[in-house]
Design a protein. Sequence first.
Length: 193
Amino acid sequence: MKKWIQKSLVVAVALLTFGVISPNHIIWENLLDEKAHQKSISSHNTEHTYSVEWSEEQQPSSFLEDAVHLAKEQSLLKFGSRIGPVIADEFDEIIFPKIQEAIEMTLVDLDHQKLNSLAISENPSGNHSEKMFHIYESTTGSDIIRFHVRTDRKPQEGYYFNFHYHTVQDQFAKHYKLGDIYWSKNMPPKWLS
């Protein structure tokens, strides 16, 4: 469809100017390069990265190691067999390292006893719901951090999966963006399908 629109514009310019002005192909190439560059920028997030250093008395518990493994498992379960194979590589390279970093950054402030009372939710939501998994305190049932993925439709571009998380520190009000993954112009299937 893009080629059809471009050809139509070339013909329109030629007809409107009676052939005096011919469309320069360099202009079209630059226009296409700019759009491709903007699309690649929107798919890659340029946020800062942080490293977490644990103090000697606060070594990461086995929960932290398990949480990272379970987070990956729950995410792939959420994607299902139709979405998962399409976005798995990009998720592993771009989004999952940020999920791991967010987990570590949130849990670094917790004491060892509280770390040992944490659990990860096991049932991601399906259909069009956002929930991937939550890390919560098992004794009280209160969430510490919530990881979500939302389907966004950007006009003229298509559908994106917006990965973000919320923390208890601001009562889950703020979206902390992890990144976007482009799907296509077609509506994606429901989660867990």
